[in-house]
Design a protein around this ligand. Structure first.
Ligand code: ADP
Length: 399
């Protein structure tokens, strides 16, 4: 079985074709700058090592973008399939499923309408995701298609975790509540970690820590998410590359009153000018390490704040779960950054988390334990694979 995974953004389209027998990618690619003067498609043939192809020319819309991707996927020389008929299913990443979707959904008219109905909750993302679905339905009319939501894994949270302490009618009228994101990643690493621990997922308590450009953390009890750090939007919780994470919501009023900023300007400030970048001007953790090695105090502060916030949430989720079998780090920073992992776990020995400094050293490209043998709570790095998870979820939804 071959499944094409599509992740459609407002000006980009990422895709990956997976061979489900091997659970491995055959090709992947990204189309960027859709709608701009010059667009770029970068395609990789991954069947035997990696062969890369790049084209620059105008890509006016997502329809053209997906057609270009299909041209590469079916290319006589480097295409992974002879024609689109060889693609058995398409899995779409959709950001916001609201309360409607608690599991992946096989796409039909009712499902696309429900994704549309959730646009107010994700005005930047769901329209782009829908465009990807509409274009794919036209290009692969005979192929079953599945929507996999960033939010669905977190739909198992109890009301005490997802209801905000706002007037309850706002939840009733507008569904203002915590949703959580990165669900495919949390689900994938939780399942993988349970296997590595040699325990049934249903009997495992895990804290999954996804640290990338966007970061979130989840408390997972028996495979079910019981709390997570992101909220109504992906702005809440941990400190991120450019997003502030948790702040006093009164910052809004304060900035409006004292700097005359509009709601839009403040929203942009919190989402794009804050986080690591807001503190030290850099949002890539590699640059931050380099700068702090040269004595940059703001870079040092940004690093400390980032790790401190992760540590606070680990402590909180140990309380939520009543102890954990393992803390699992994943994504760009979680997999690659031993400084962050060590700083986030240091001082938690009394809570049962004892990291092994030697095992923790360096980047991890494969799942591995990084705790001391006597650590009651294990600490693991598990590389995430969101595309594979979307493909697996799509296959499961269709079977
Ligand atoms: P996204 O949220 O965009 O999917 P990723 O999970 O790919 O993000 O993570 C990207 C981030 O990972 C980068 O911004 C960078 O801070 C961090 N990162 C990547 N490689 C390394 C590394 N070797 N050491 C430290 N941080 C890294």
């Amino acid at each position: 079985m071959k499944i094409l995974v599509i992740n459609c953004g407002s000006s980009s389209l990422k895709y990956m074709l997976l061979d489900m027998k091997k659970q491995a990618p055959m090709s992947s690619g990204v189309v960027e700058r859709i709608g701009e003067d010059v667009g770029i498609i970068t395609h990789k043939d991954l069947r035997d090592g990696e062969r890369k192809f790049r084209e620059d020319h105008p890509i006016p819309d997502h329809d053209v973008a997906l057609r270009l991707a299909v041209d590469h996927l079916t290319h006589p020389e480097h295409g992974a399939v002879a024609g689109v008929h060889e693609i058995d299913a398409v899995g779409h990443r959709v950001v916001q499923g609201g309360e409607t979707f608690k599991a992946p959904a096989v796409i039909d008219k009712a499902v696309t309408e429900a994704i549309r109905a959730n646009i107010p909750l994700a005005p930047l993302h769901n329209p782009a995701n829908l465009t990807g679905i509409e274009v794919a339905l036209e290009l692969f009319p005979k192929c079953p298609q599945v929507a996999v939501f960033d939010t669905e894994f977190h739909q198992t949270m109890p009301p005490r975790a997802y209801i905000y302490a706002l007037p309850y009618r706002l939840y009733e009228e507008l569904r203002v509540r915590r949703y959580g994101f990165h669900g495919t990643s949390h689900r994938y690493v939780a399942r993988t970690a349970a296997k590595l621990l040699g325990k049934p997922l249903e009997k495992t308590k895990l804290i999954t820590v996804h640290l990338g450009n966007g970061s979130s953390i989840a408390a997972v009890d028996g495979g079910r998410c019981v709390d997570t750090s992101m909220g109504l939007t992906p702005l809440a919780g941990l400190m991120m590359g450019t997003r502030c994470g948790d702040v006093d919501p009164a910052v809004f009023t304060f900035l409006a009153d004292n700097k005359g900023m509009s709601i839009k300007e403040i929203d942009e400030l919190l989402n794009k000018q804050s986080g690591l970048k807001g503190i030290c001007g850099m949002n890539d953790m590699r640059d931050i390490h380099e700068a702090r090695a040269h004595g940059d105090e703001k870079a040092q502060l940004a690093f400390e704040m980032f790790a401190y916030r992760v540590k606070k949430y680990i402590g909180a989720y140990l309380a939520v779960l009543g102890g954990a079998d393992a803390v699992v780090f994943t994504a760009g920073i979680g997999e690659n950054d031993d400084f962050v992992r060590e700083a986030a776990c240091s001082g938690l020995e009394q809570l049962g988390i004892i990291i092994d400094q030697t095992a923790n050293q360096g980047r991890k490209t494969e799942a591995c334990p990084v705790h001391r043998p006597e650590s009651p709570v294990q600490v693991w790095v598990v590389p995430t694979d969101e595309e594979l998870e979307i493909a697996l979820a799509s296959r499961a939804a269709l079977s």
